[in-house]
Write a protein that binds this ligand. Sequence first.
Ligand code: SF4
Length: 445
Amino acid sequence: MGLTGLEIFKQLPKTNCKDCGHPTCLAFAMAMAAGKAGLDQCPHVSEAAKEALGAASAPPVALVKIGTGEKELTLGNETVLFRHDKRFEHPTGIAITVSDTAGKEEIAARVGQINKLVFDRVGQLHSVNLVAVTNDSGDADKFVAAVKVAAENTAYPLILITEDTAAMEKALEVVGSKKPLLCGATAANYEGMTALAKKYEAPMVVKGADLNGLAELVEKVVALGHKQLILDSGAREVHKVLADQTQIRRQALKRFRPFGYPTITFVTNEDPVQAVADAAVYICKYAGIVVLQTADPADILPLITLRLNIYTDPQKPIAVESKIYEIGNPGPDSPVYITTNFSLTYFCVAGDVEASRVPGYILPVDTDGISVLTGWAAGKFTPEKIAEMLKNSGIAEKVSHRKVIIPGGVAVLSGKLQELSGWEVLVGPRESSGIPSFLKQRWNV
Ligand code: SF4
């Protein structure tokens, strides 16, 4: 169990100086006990207090990194059970398996297929994160050969799946510098596997036969001096995995240290539809990594979309950059549309402008990512901000006319905007789906 707010408070300077962003030391202590503040936010805390509060200030789920370079995957630092309590910090890493029973060309082709699993969703690129090489052959040399081919053909971090310490050692001689995830340590091999993980400073999966076995094994591995761990409860049936994932997160938040690490789950269902459904459960319920056998884009896209939804910060709307967007190949006579930079709003407008088959310019005003009517009600979508965008975006150099179309829902802005900007303001349809017919009736330059 972690320290209570009062226990933390006793260790603080009690000056109420507010430098931590909290009104009092007690408020800060309470926030820290709830996992919503870190000790480093108080610049005045003594060394003795730092030592005493170290465990309480550490995140309930440790931060673990896999791989190196641009595609390095970061997991952990989670502080809540439910996304709406704050947010989930690091999205579930999606791993796709590559078996060492396949030939070199087949492995290279499969890895190439995995590399292509990149999708554009609301203006952002989303992809899978890891390539998991499995030692299905049971042969160390075949495993090393497969690991080598995979590493040569992808920039994604690798998961090395073998419980054979000798095979793992040989594979690490080839790819150890890339900090792959060792998968992993069991009750039978943990000493040798931990020694390898320490030698290469690589993260390691600890697999228990059940939750009790897992907790015991984690304590043994930590006692050997390795803390970059990922937990595998050993469960493979969806109901058992769900129960274990939930229990691990709950206990981690209660500061039960053996469970204070990200988790890994394996989708083993042979029914392809059920496999995607199982993976969806794991993404929703705390899996740090989901290992899948499918590399079919039709299976991966829904999971990536789900992950995007679950791991979006509920306090921060998804926004597009506030700049000129060209739809089609617009020219000097093309219409100019104003909207807000809330992603869903922007993409609705962009889709409907495209559907009109009349190339145009869209200028999403920065409203901190909120929609048209909310932005107007919050004073973030104002004639002043729209006029500023018309002036500073450079749109005046791109078009020869001075007509701008605003959303019908904010017709009330038109008079002031016209006065401030000098542009003729056309009040567009209330819904962007009305843009095609609006253009036919009202647009002529
Ligand atoms: S910065 Fe430290 S001393 Fe100042 S109010 Fe916050 S907890 Fe108290």
